[in-house]
Design a protein around this ligand. Structure first.
Ligand code: SF4
Length: 217
């Protein structure tokens, strides 16, 4: 597998499987980088289909319920999702990622800003909201726009797409699962949409388990 190496302090083999369009994958990379450790990452949505199949089979063989981001430490500990506390404790990290990333200090592209405003209006009609963390919401919206260019439709930025609209129709944003996930967990799988209860602080946004049964291959 063609991992990219990020040089730093060697604490053991840290490998992460990520999506280039996923905000939580970016956050995991940032957390490892800010702690200056050596790690390997692979953006699975960017690899050749044959290699992608190999990766899917490999992860399936370790833990069939894997998702993005996925961290493997010394070939034994698997952490699925951006579970900050677990990552920090497992790897012995000491520095956390700042809430607002550097990119958020720069003005957003009009296309992203306009799409975020449109999605905010859409979500309000459903008694939900865009994620209040603007850096997360902007990254996910930017992923949707990138997928529009790549596939011709808004494939979910946190799930692998086949590039076949019919096969992916349940994960075209807003996906078939989002309302149920927002009602049950306070957020959609990607965390783009959250419930009013998350906004008011009544509940904390949780890691949302994958409700979808099929995987892109
Ligand atoms: S609504 Fe569904 S497709 Fe859209 S970002 Fe959330 S999880 Fe992904």
């Amino acid at each position: 597998m063609a991992f990219t190496i990020m040089e730093g302090r060697d604490i053991g083999e840290v490998r992460i499987f990520t999506m280039s369009t996923c905000a939580w994958c970016d956050k995991m990379k940032a957390l490892l980088s800010v702690n200056g450790i050596r790690y390997f990452y692979i953006d699975v949505d960017r690899v050749h289909p044959e290699e992608r199949k190999q990766i899917i089979d490999y992860l399936d063989s370790i833990y069939p319920k894997w998702g993005f981001p996925c961290l493997l430490f010394d070939n034994r500990v698997l952490i699925v999702g951006y579970q900050e506390k677990e990552i920090v404790e497992t790897l012995g990290l000491s520095v956390l990622v700042q809430e607002e990333s550097k990119s958020m200090q720069e003005p957003l592209r009009d296309e992203i800003k306009n799409t975020m405003e449109r999605l905010q209006r859409f979500s309000e009609k459903k008694r939900a909201s865009l994620n209040p963390d603007k850096s997360i919401a902007a990254k996910l919206v930017s992923g949707l726009l990138e997928n529009q260019n790549r596939y011709g439709y808004w494939a979910c930025p946190c799930r692998l797409s086949t590039g076949d609209k019919m096969k992916d129709k349940d994960i075209i944003c807003p996906c078939d699962y989002w309302e149920q996930d927002v009602a049950e967990f306070g957020a959609c799988y990607c965390g783009l949409f959250v419930s009013e209860r998350v906004i008011t602080g009544e509940i904390i946004q949780a890691i949302v388990p994958e409700r979808r049964l099929t995987k892109a291959e």
